[in-house]
Design a protein around this ligand. Structure first.
Ligand code: ATP
Length: 618
């Protein structure tokens, strides 16, 4: 079957999500609320499954990661320390005609003829506007279209019957200054803070202003010391959290991809600074392959570095930030494959030095090739971000140490013991390296040079006694984007026989059994045969303690299968007359097990059914 065009495909996916109850528009009966979504019965199960898979693999199946569930609203100082109050903004532009708001970086460059006006006048009414305005028209469009837009612009500004003044035309190349929808000039870009504000308590004063968290990570940093104390962990170890985050996105779009309320799954994995590792282990292991610092500043998409050729393997004591970063990239890629996203649908994108945040040493974005992704110069889907894995140095804990005045240092027994055994030259080298990196951090924070020098020296001295601020690797993923990726990836159309055995097209959601909302559907062949119904209910009750089961007795069996194909249920169990022993004793207490993808059916003993299914969905 030919592949549907991408926009058509997205429309089909959106329609299926509504029809089958994966995703609904929030507040739909009131016309919806832009950037907010609700998950219906199947969507809620899907999201729950994928969060559980993440939680299990990130903490329950590891010794070195523990969980946290923090509040959504936190002390506003946290957002000053993290930099969100001052820098968490996107550049926005408004259409001068319609006031529609866009993110400046999302305006596609356009070429054509720009028509400029110096103002407009209404001689009869004696009104006038001297505000300059311009309109960009695509090549070949008549000047009247520009005049119409300009007419409305001046009309809106109080010139009731405008006569346009000073018209002049100029060619424009790749301009991002115009609204792509109507050609109107946009405002100059200006920053817009994405945090949603609220007030805590009954008084709406500046003192009571707070924010809905724009990410879950900061709570982990501010609870770092508490968790360290109670969890009997030592560096390296991680703290993970799943929870809601809110961003007042200027332009929510691409279905649930960019929402204003969403969920994140974040891990902060705390590690020793490289100087401490070198002191303890003698050297710091380096990953194979090109290092981020050697990357060209802005490679074209086709030449983007993909560094998945070397497996990081099992963690070792001599791993510094580069190995740990690589390890988490590999772990996260493996996770996506385990829940059914094939490697070739993902892109491992290493941010170039020019793209990195000032505190980050390396960041890898894991992209999924959504149907709405842009295409690169080779016509391939470039992919959109599902997760970022950042090596964030000791920036976050240092910031909270500075802003809260509470120490975020840890004491490392092994470092203290190793230090006296080092040669003097090595000691001097490590002290200098550590002092240098602390000085760079302190200088960037705006500390006076003498104070920064003094503090950096003191911190380097503390290192020799076993104290340091841990560094961190942060894999940060979005639950909703991942759910959408899984839905897009699962969507398929093929041919299946109908009730009469004639081939008919079917829509099938090929979710990996691990994350499928319903694992198995149980059907009595006929609804009006009490023995079949009773037996089918017995099978349902047998499976229910172990799996999500859906029982359905309504309609022809073929139609029931189709409904479950659209829901993405990987297995269907049918109780028929053979099950009752009516076709001979050898088939008694066996059922038909149908596989969603191959549509193959096999006979299975009821006593073996639970074990077999559990094995398949594990
Ligand atoms: P983008 O560049 O797409 O805005 P980001 O780099 O700002 O994303 P992060 O701050 O790194 O995103 O957040 C971590 C993860 O949280 C993202 O990889 C994404 O999966 C999810 N996320 C961020 N913003 C949104 C949003 N508006 N809607 C849904 N998920 C989001």
């Amino acid at each position: 079957m030919a592949e549907p065009k991408t926009s058509e495909l997205m429309e089909k996916i959106v329609s299926l999500c509504k029809r089958r109850g994966f995703i609904f528009q929030s507040s739909e009966i009131y016309g919806g609320l832009n950037g907010f979504w609700d998950y219906g019965p199947l969507g809620a199960e899907l999201k729950r499954n994928l969060k559980e898979c993440w939680w299990r693999s990130m903490t329950q199946q590891r010794d070195d990661v523990v969980g946290l569930e923090a509040s959504i609203i936190m002390h506003p100082k946290i957002w000053e320390a993290s930099g969100h109050t001052s820098t968490f903004s996107d550049l926005m532009v408004d259409c001068l005609l319609t006031k529609k708001r866009f993110r400046a970086d999302q305006i596609e460059p356009q070429s054509g003829m720009a028509y400029f006006y110096s103002g407009a006048t209404d001689q009869n009414a004696g009104t006038r506007s001297a505000e300059p305005f311009s309109v960009l028209l695509p090549p070949g469009k008549p000047v009247e279209s520009a005049r119409k837009v300009a007419w409305h612009f001046y009309h809106e500004r109080g010139v009731r019957h405008p006569t346009l003044l000073g018209e002049r035309a100029e060619k424009a190349e790749n301009s991002t200054r115009y609204n792509p929808e109507n050609g109107s000039l946009l405002t100059e870009p200006r920053p817009f803070n994405l945090m949603l504000k609220t007030y805590v308590g009954p008084v709406e004063s500046e003192d009571n202003k707070s924010y809905l968290r724009p990410e879950t990570a900061q709570a982990i940093f501010v609870q770092f010391k508490n968790v360290l104390e109670v969890s009997r962990q030592k560096i390296p170890f991680g703290i993970c959290q799943i929870g809601k985050a809110f961003r007042n996105e200027i332009n929510p779009r691409n279905y649930t991809f960019r929402s204003r309320e969403f969920e994140q799954m974040e891990l902060e994995f705390f590690i020793r600074p490289d100087e401490a590792i070198e002191a303890i282990c003698g050297s710091v292991a380096q990953p194979a392959g090109p290092q981020p610092s050697t990357l060209p500043p802005s490679p074209p998409a086709s030449a983007r570095p993909r560094r998945n050729e070397v497996e990081a393997g099992n963690p070792q004591p001599n791993w510094g930030w580069q190995m740990w970063h690589k390890y988490w990239v590999e772990e996260r890629m493996a996770f996506y494959e385990r829940i059914g996203l094939p490697r070739n649908s993902l892109v491992e994108y290493w941010q170039t030095p020019a793209e990195l945040a000032h505190y980050a040493r390396a960041t890898v974005d894991i992209l999924y090739k959504f149907p709405f992704s842009k295409r690169d110069e080779n016509g391939e889907l470039a992919g959109e971000e599902l997760e970022g894995i950042a090596a964030r140095s000791d920036f976050d804990l240092s910031q909270h140490q500075r802003f809260s005045g509470k120490p975020m240092t840890v004491f490392d027994e092994e470092l203290k013991a190793a230090w006296p055994k080092l040669e003097d030259a090595k000691k001097a080298e490590l002290i200098e390296s550590y002092r240098g990196s602390r000085l760079r951090y302190l200088t960037k924070t705006g500390e006076a040079p003498e104070t920064a020098e003094k503090q950096a020296r003191e911190e380097a001295d503390a290192l020799t006694k076993g104290y340091y601020v841990p560094h961190v690797i942060e894999p940060s993923a979005g639950v909703d984007r991942l759910a959408l990726a899984l839905i897009c990836n699962a969507y398929g159309e093929d041919q299946a026989p109908d009730e009469k055995g004639k081939l008919d097209s079917r829509v099938v959601m090929r979710f990996h059994p691990r994350i499928a909302p319903i694992k198995v559907a149980v059907f009595p062949l006929l609804k009006n045969k009490p023995d079949l119904v009773r037996k089918a209910k017995e099978v349902r009750d047998l499976l229910r303690p172990h799996l999500t089961v859906f029982y359905d007795e309504a309609g022809a069996i073929g139609r029931r299968y189709r409904r479950q194909d659209e829901a993405g249920t990987p297995f269907g169990v049918t109780i028929d007359f053979e099950t009752l022993g009516e076709q001979g004793p050898e088939l008694k207490d066996t059922v038909t097990l149908r596989d969603r993808d191959s549509m193959k059916q096999q006979r299975v003993k009821i006593s073996e059914l639970a074990g077999l299914l559990i094995e398949k969905i594990r």
